[in-house]
Structures are given as structure tokens and as C-alpha cells.
Ligand binder design. Structure first.
Ligand code: F0G
Length: 470
């Protein structure tokens, strides 16, 4: 018997709507504070949405990280936690799931993605090294810098333009990469840091053709490729939908093929893998495995738990299987695109095409009158909370931080606010409310002046910086 998916049902009955392939069995009440309460909360938070109490938030689109709803099977798996210090049964289940679906030989578990970033950066980067990548990610780049390396952006130019409709805006510009390899020499490049999809570009995918071509280029120079696989399953959906020859391939097969062109990957399992905590580093080369397996016991925990409880590893192993189901992924990205379409219909400037995990508001376009050193995206995130209790995240100059050499702000071309959709958490009605709130803030855009930073921590400042309205 074949099961009808929302898409095949649409073909069969001439219906166009789709729905999530799950139903809700437990709910968590949320509430909307009144205007005075929201004013007080955001002022106490220094106009930084990271510093709000979650209780004071109505719809929480800060991040899709660790905010997923687990399935009944995952919760059942939590009861099967083998809480042994060493050699937990759940570790072997997780190892088998990663080997089966990502295809790498060795697995080192970590407490979350940045734990894995720390290990790979420490193991492979020497002071003076250069790490090319398809746009920076905050924690990834910081670990590369702390290990003595310098990140160099080699993403295609289209990625820096919010209005450019390139279907694979996450692609590596192979010309930029080859010039860099020739300029600094391949021995200075410990690996290419490839992300699928690219978070800071708006959740934009990398094509299979691009990773294949990247593999041949890197083989010519003997350079390795390590993948940030955090949202690779979502990347696979875009390949399936947009790339010639993949329309009938399952997401799972696309993920496995993609990984086959890389030497290993790190993972924040708090995203694609539908868990609330967890991560891993996986690789084919034994030298990296040896080093990482040794380093993990210093920074994370034994090499068979890496900072996770047995039950977390079990939930994660089950989550991997669920994340790679085609009907799940169509609904997941379908919901993100539903929100994107509502905003587009009202001509609100967003990053296009809409990516996999979030809709990104173009704060530079919305607040064209606020200069970037008055933090337009930070301002927009605060305004959205004030209007509606919806929490979003700045992804602009605050996130980009300061240049470690000059100490100046790094001014990224993209000054964005991310409306990040947690997996399996909110309904279409929540998306309608969000779109209407964004519209209300957009309509009042002329009245807003920007923010001044009054406290700035040294590392990853966006998490804890404080601001005051101008
Ligand atoms: N790589 C990517 C692409 C990420 O988006 C993140 C986290 C990490 C690595 C680090 O993983 O949080 O498990 O340590 N991104 C979150 C976000 C924080 O909101 O986008 P982590």
C-alpha cells in the first residue's frame, strides 16, 4: 500500500492545500503581555531580544535551535536512555544513524554545534591559516579565529544581495576560492568550511553541482572540505525542488550524496535533527578522528557521550530518521514559505528567494533612514516585540561584530531581522499573526530613529549587548 503525501493527494483530488504530516497531542499555553508590560520587558532587556525572558514572549521566532517539538517516538526514546558514563547503548544508535544517513566513518559526539566547531578548529587550524567558506557564521568563525585562523568569504556575490533571485545563493564562487588558494598556497588552507544551507545569507541552499565542482577543485590542490551540516536536510529539499535530475530523489538520498563530496561534517543537532540539545563531529580521515576523539574528553565529555545524556542521544538518533522524511520536510519549509508569501504580497522587503528555516526582513530597506551604526536590524527586532510580543533576532552589524585587527565594526551588506520558525511548533494561524505584526511595524517605519549601544561584551556581542533608543 502506498501512503498519500499531501503533495500526491493534491495531484489526485485537484486540491492545492497541504498540511503537516502530524497532529498535536500536547500543548503549552502562551500569553501576550499588554503594551505597558512589553515596554517594560524590552527596556529591561536593553532592547536586545536575547535578553528577554521567554515568559514575556508571545510567539518566539528567535531561533530554530533547540526549540523543536519532539515526536511521541522521540519522547518514548527518552525513556530508553542508557545513562552509563561509557559506552551507552544510545551512543551506538546515534553512531549508526549518522553513518547510515551522512555516510561518514567516524563519529565524535558533542554537547551542541559549537562544541564540534571548537574541536575541529583546534584540531586542524594553525596560527596564520586561512579558512575559506560560503559566508561566515558567528560561532563557526569565532572558533576559527580563536585557533589562529582567518575566515575568508568565498560565497557567490548574489548571496549579499537580498533581492537577487538566484536559486542557489549559498554556492561557493569557485573562481574566488581558486584565486585564494593560489594567493596563499594550499598548505595554508586546512579545509574549506562549507555550510548547507547558509544561515546568514537567509537560509540559502548550495546546489549539488556546486559541491561536486568544489570537490574536483579541492582535489586538484589537495584541500579538504568540511561541512556544516546543521541544516543540510533542508538544503536537500531545495536540491530536490530546483535542481535538474533530483525531482524524484528522496531527501535522504540527496543528503547522503551531498556528504559524499565532503571529508566530514559538524552538526548542531538542535536544528535539522528535531532535538532540543546535541551535536556531533563526523569524518572519514583517521587523523582528525584520533585528535578530535582525544580533545573531546578535555572539553565536552567522554567520546561516547560528548556532553549529552544517553536520552538526548536516543532522541537525536530517532530525530535523524524523522528529519529526512520527504513529507515532513515539505511541510516544514512549506510553512516558512507561507509566511514569506504573506509578507511578499504586502511588498515588505525580505530576502528572496525565501530560505529553509526563516524569513529574513531586510532592515536596511525597511529603515532606509537609519544608518547602519544605529543598528537598523536591532531596532526592527525591538519594534516587532513592542508591537506584538513576537521575538526575532538581529542578523546584521551587531552579529557581525568587530574586526579583530582594526577593532572597527564589520559592516555586512546584509542587515537583517530573522523570523526563525521552530520545527513542528507553531500553526498557520501563528504565521498570519506574525505577518500582520510585521506589516504594522512596517507601516510605522518613519517614526523610528535607531539605537545606541551602551554595553558591548568582547565575544559574540549580539547575545548580551545592551542598547538605548535614540
Ligand atoms: N552552524 C550553524 C549554521 C548554526 O546556525 C549554528 C547555530 C551553529 C553552527 C552552532 O551550533 O548553537 O548548537 O552551538 N545557530 C543558532 C541560530 C544559534 O540561532 O542560528 P550550536
Amino acid at each position: 500500500m502506498t501512503h498519500l503525501t499531501p503533495m500526491t493527494m493534491g495531484q489526485q483530488f485537484g486540491r492545492r492545500s497541504w498540511a503537516e504530516p502530524w497532529k498535536i497531542k500536547m500543548v503549552e499555553p502562551i500569553r501576550l503581555l499588554d503594551r505597558a508590560g512589553r515596554e517594560r520587558a524590552i527596556a529591561e532587556a536593553g532592547y536586545n531580544t536575547f535578553l528577554l525572558r521567554s515568559e514575556d514572549v508571545y510567539i518566539d521566532l528567535l531561533t530554530d535551535s533547540g526549540t523543536n517539538a519532539m515526536s511521541d517516538r522521540q519522547w518514548a526514546g527518552m525513556m530508553l536512555g542508557d545513562e552509563a558514563y561509557a559506552g551507552s547503548r544510545n551512543f551506538y544508535h546515534l553512531e549508526a544513524a549518522v553513518q547510515k544517513h551522512y555516510g561518514y566513518k567516524y563519529l565524535v559526539p558533542t554537547h551542541q554545534g559549537r562544541g564540534a566547531e571548537h574541536l575541529i578548529s583546534k584540531a586542524l587550524i594553525k596560527p596564520g591559516d586561512v579558512i575559506p567558506g560560503n559566508m561566515y557564521f558567528t560561532t563557526t568563525r569565532l572558533h576559527q579565529e580563536l585557533a589562529g585562523g582567518t575566515f575568508v568569504d568565498v560565497i557567490i556575490d548574489e548571496a549579499h544581495d537580498p533581492a537577487n533571485l538566484h536559486p542557489f545563493k549559498g554556492n561557493v564562487d569557485l573562481g574566488k576560492l581558486e584565486d585564494l588558494i593560489k594567493r596563499v598556497g594550499p598548505e595554508k588552507i586546512p579545509y574549506v568550511s562549507l555550510a548547507g544551507t547558509v544561515n546568514m545569507a537567509g537560509g540559502q541552499p548550495v546546489s549539488m553541482a556546486n559541491v561536486k565542482a568544489l570537490r574536483s577543485l579541492c582535489d586538484r590542490y589537495g584541500v579538504r572540505i568540511y561541512l556544516d551540516a546543521t541544516r543540510l536536510a533542508e538544503n536537500a529539499w531545495f536540491i530536490q525542488q530546483r535542481e535538474e535530475g533530483y525531482r524524484d530523489k528522496p531527501i535522504a538520498a540527496i543528503v547522503k550524496e551531498f556528504c559524499s563530496y565532503t571529508d566530514g561534517a559538524w552538526m548542531s543537532a538542535k536544528k535539522d535533527h528535531l532535538a532540543n540539545i546535541g551535536g556531533w563531529l563526523a569524518m572519514n580521515h583517521e587523523d582528525l578522528y584520533e585528535t578530535a576523539r582525544n580533545l573531546v574528553v578535555i572539553y565536552e565529555g567522554l567520546h561516547t557521550y560528548g556532553g549529552m545524556a544517553g536520552r538526548d542521544m536516543e532522541a537525536l538518533a530517532i530525530g535523524i530518521e524523522e528529519a529526512l522524511q520527504d513529507d515532513y520536510m515539505s511541510a516544514r519549509i512549506g510553512q516558512v514559505h507561507y509566511l514569506g508569501e504573506l509578507l511578499s504580497d504586502w511588498n515588505i522587503p525580505i530576502v528572496k528567494p525565501v530560505g529553509g528555516h526563516a524569513v529574513f526582513l531586510d532592515a536596511k530597506a525597511i529603515y532606509a533612514h537609519i544608518p547602519q551604526d544605529r543598528f537598523p536590524a536591532q531596532t526592527l527586532a525591538a519594534q516587532l516585540y513592542l508591537d506584538s510580543g513576537i521575538r526575532s533576532m538581529e542578523r546584521g552589524v551587531v552579529s557581525a561584530g568587530r574586526d579583530p585587527v582594526t577593532g572597527e565594526h564589520r559592516y555586512p551588506k546584509l542587515e537583517l531581522v530573522r523570523l526563525t520558525i521552530p520545527r513542528r511548533v507553531y500553526t498557520q494561524a501563528h504565521m498570519d499573526v506574525v505577518a500582520e505584526a510585521v506589516k504594522a511595524v512596517y507601516d510605522e517605519r518613519e517614526k523610528v530613529r535607531g539605537l545606541r549601544m551602551v554595553y558591548e561584551p568582547k565575544y559574540l556581542r549580539f547575545f548580551q549587548a545592551r542598547f538605548e533608543p535614540l
